[in-house]
Design a protein around this ligand. Structure first.
Ligand code: ADP
Ligand code: UVW
Ligand code: MG
Length: 402
């Protein structure tokens, strides 16, 4: 064991690798960064929110090498005691986090077609890290785990039951690590502490999902068997009438693979606006008078509000509405528009509180008279991943010496 153990967390996305290094004892972050533009000509590395540095090479292996170099510069390489990886889909096999072995990697690979934008990238990160840090216990933390508590009524589709029994067609839900963290933090808010509360959490980032949490457990969520269902997202369409896709296939001659690609990568805010998947760009375009940007944002908002209303019906009571994720934490506009849609629930925003910056951290944004408390809670998936990596990593050491 080294004297100054740290935990490395890795979140390999479809085009980026996010990483953080946390002190193993205090669990405070020591270093964090993101390598963006993987597999493009313009890969950059940003460490501790500093200036982007251009990288010569650009695949996952190269990104991991650049990240390892940052650790080396700070004499942290030898300190890495445990590594935690974010894995989007755990399928029916993984109800909780697990120590990574060859067998586990193969099991994850088997469910990866169900999260094509995420799992293959996640596995590339795992492969690189296992090569680079041999002997360091590595743990997989799944987006799907937190939603294992949802009931059949919430996870079944209205398809023949045999598809569920024979092919495992069911809803799983994602962003569970974020929903889990945010629900734990929300339960500590003085206004909610002590009540077995009913929450709706809106995780709005590139991917977006809503989750209903009752007494700390996920009871419903908007993503499905894959991370395509539910809300409109950066490049993903969310819910679409399957009949519309069949009609399109027949009209245009596009194959299922073509349409899957369109639904995952050319739709959502990008597809509606024709400008960008990035909300900051769209907010700016709307301010400058772009009608399609305005339409894309309002359509995005409409779907979020409808999902929040629907998810509230899975709760015994509706105590709190929490915003998180890059958009949920930072966009004053989206929160204002969503809350405006929710007047029917007696939900009211306080303009001044809503305008506070995310650097203020956890904060209430509803008015005193609002029927439901509304808050922003910055998510911290890294911390949850690090906790699981430490817990399971320690257990593996103990098992070795037993
Ligand atoms: N200040 C801001 N105002 C509006 N949107 C923002 C702001 N900061 C970040 N975002 C949006 O957050 C989204 C990215 O969210 P994030 O949670 O970081 O994504 P990911 O799912 O990749 O982790 C982008 O659409 C980005 O435009
Ligand atoms: C599952 C999912 O949509 O994740 P992300 O938001 O990172 O794309
Ligand atoms: Mg995210």
């Amino acid at each position: 064991m080294n004297e100054y153990p740290v935990i490395l967390t890795i979140n390999c996305g479809s085009s980026s690798v996010k990483f953080s290094v946390l002190d193993e004892i205090s669990m405070e972050p020591l270093l964090a960064g993101i390598c963006e533009g993987i597999n493009t000509e313009a890969t950059t590395l940003i460490v501790n929110s500093g200036e982007p540095v251009k990288l010569a090479h650009s695949d996952y292996e190269d990104a991991l090498a650049a990240i390892a170099l940052e650790l080396e510069k700070r004499n942290l390489i030898e300190c890495v005691a445990y590594i935690g990886h974010r894995i989007a889909h755990g399928g029916a096999i993984f109800g909780e986090s697990v120590l990574l072995t060859d067998e586990v990697v193969e099991q994850i690979r088997a469910v990866s077609p169900l999260a094509p934008l995420h799992n293959y990238a996640n596995l590339s990160g795992v492969a690189s890290a296992r090569l680079r840090f041999p002997g360091v216990p590595q743990v997989a933390v799944f987006d799907t785990s937190f939603h294992q508590t949802i009931s059949p009524e919430a996870y079944l589709y209205g398809l023949p039951y045999s598809y569920f029994k024979e092919h495992g067609v069911r809803r799983y839900g994602f962003h569970g690590t974020s929903h889990r963290y945010v629900s734990m933090q929300a339960a500590e808010l003085p206004e909610l502490k002590g009540v077995s509360s009913g929450l709706v959490i809106a995780h709005l980032g590139n991917g977006a999902s809503v989750c209903a949490v009752a007494g700390g457990q996920s009871v419903d969520t908007s993503m499905g068997m894959t991370p395509l269902e539910g809300l409109i997202m950066g490049t993903r369409c969310g819910d679409v009438d399957f009949g519309a896709m069949v009609w399109l296939a027949r009209q245009t001659g596009q194959s299922l693979d073509d349409l899957e690609q369109v639904a995952n990568t050319e739709s959502g805010l990008l597809g509606l606006s024709g400008i960008s998947s990035d909300l900051r760009t769209l907010e700016k375009a709307w301010r400058e008078g772009d009608a399609r940007a305005e339409l894309a944002i309002n359509t995005f908002v409409h779907r979020i509000a409808r999902a929040i209303g629907g998810h509230a019906t899975s709760l015994p009571r509706f105590d709190g509405l929490i915003f998180t994720g890059g958009i949920g934490e930072n966009s004053v506009l989206i929160r204002r528009l969503v809350i405006k849609h929710l007047r029917v629930f007696g939900i009211e925003m306080d303009e001044e509180k809503n305008a506070r910056p995310n650097s203020d951290g956890e904060r209430i944004i509803s008015s005193e008279s609002s029927a439901v408390l509304c808050a922003v809670i910055p998510t911290n998936e890294e911390k949850m991943i690090a906790f699981d990596a430490r817990r399971l990593g320690k257990a593996s050491h103990l098992a070795e010496f037993a």
